[in-house]
Design a protein around this ligand. Structure first.
Ligand SMILES: [Fe+2]
Ligand SMILES: [Fe+2]
Length: 221
């Protein structure tokens, strides 16, 4: 039975060194997230931990690095603690320019801002994590498997209500449908939701949608 140096039983004491390092990293980031978010945004904190676990599970199923997926999930909504004004101000300060009034695209900004400034706090974490976080609100025509895993996990983690759109994506995940098909379903439902609720649709999202339609060869419906 594994024991740590103090003589207490520890499930991590019997792990190989690299697995212990991975577990320590996850614990450190989860502690940081708790300090940053648990009091001010408790539901968002629970969501973040849930996205992280869902992303890790999806990563294992789809041959993606599960540590990167878990870490990206933990950190993806870091800037959700900011007020709407603070989110826009931070994006402007960081030089983010989406070519439209920033207030119109405010819900999209938190991924991009976090991807800009969190590398200063965590310089040892690799770039693919920041790209996945930047893309989790907007998607991209060239999503990597890690990008897609975080994007989809964000929408289907167990705290999300099982409305029909979420249910459909969950069924695709459960059936191990190709990751690009799962992402396409999740992305499409996101666009549909924006339109169905009469919100502003960021032109870049429409461009991504059209690009994906052309690549998938579904222009004739
Ligand atoms: Fe988010
Ligand atoms: Fe999220």
């Amino acid at each position: 039975m594994p024991y740590d140096r103090a003589g207490s039983w520890s499930p991590e004491a019997g792990m190989p060194a690299h697995a212990r390092a991975d577990a320590a990293l996850i614990h450190r980031l989860e502690d940081d997230l708790r300090d940053h978010m648990a009091t001010v945004r408790p539901a968002r904190y629970r969501h973040s931990l849930s996205v992280a676990r869902t992303a890790e599970q999806m990563a294992l199923a789809y041959g993606v690095d599960p540590l990167l997926a878990r870490v990206a999930g933990i950190l993806h909504d870091w800037d959700k603690v900011l007020s709407p004004r603070e989110q826009v101000d931070l994006a402007v300060r960081l030089g983010i320019d989406l070519g439209v009034d920033m207030d119109l695209v405010r819900p999209l900004l938190h991924g991009m801002t976090a991807a800009c400034h969190l590398p200063d706090r965590y310089p040892d974490l690799p770039a693919p994590i920041w790209q996945a976080i930047a893309r989790h609100t907007v998607g991209h025509a060239d999503m990597t498997p890690l990008d897609a895993v975080l994007f989809v996990a964000d929408g289907v983690e167990p705290c999300r209500r099982d409305v029909p759109a979420v249910h459909e994506v969950r069924e695709l995940v459960d059936a191990r449908a190709p990751l690009e098909d799962v992402f396409w379903s999740s992305f499409r439902h996101g666009v549909s939701y924006v339109i169905a609720t009469g919100r502003y649709l960021y032109p870049g999202t429409l461009d991504t949608y059209n690009e994906l339609v052309l690549r998938r060869g579904t222009t004739q419906g």
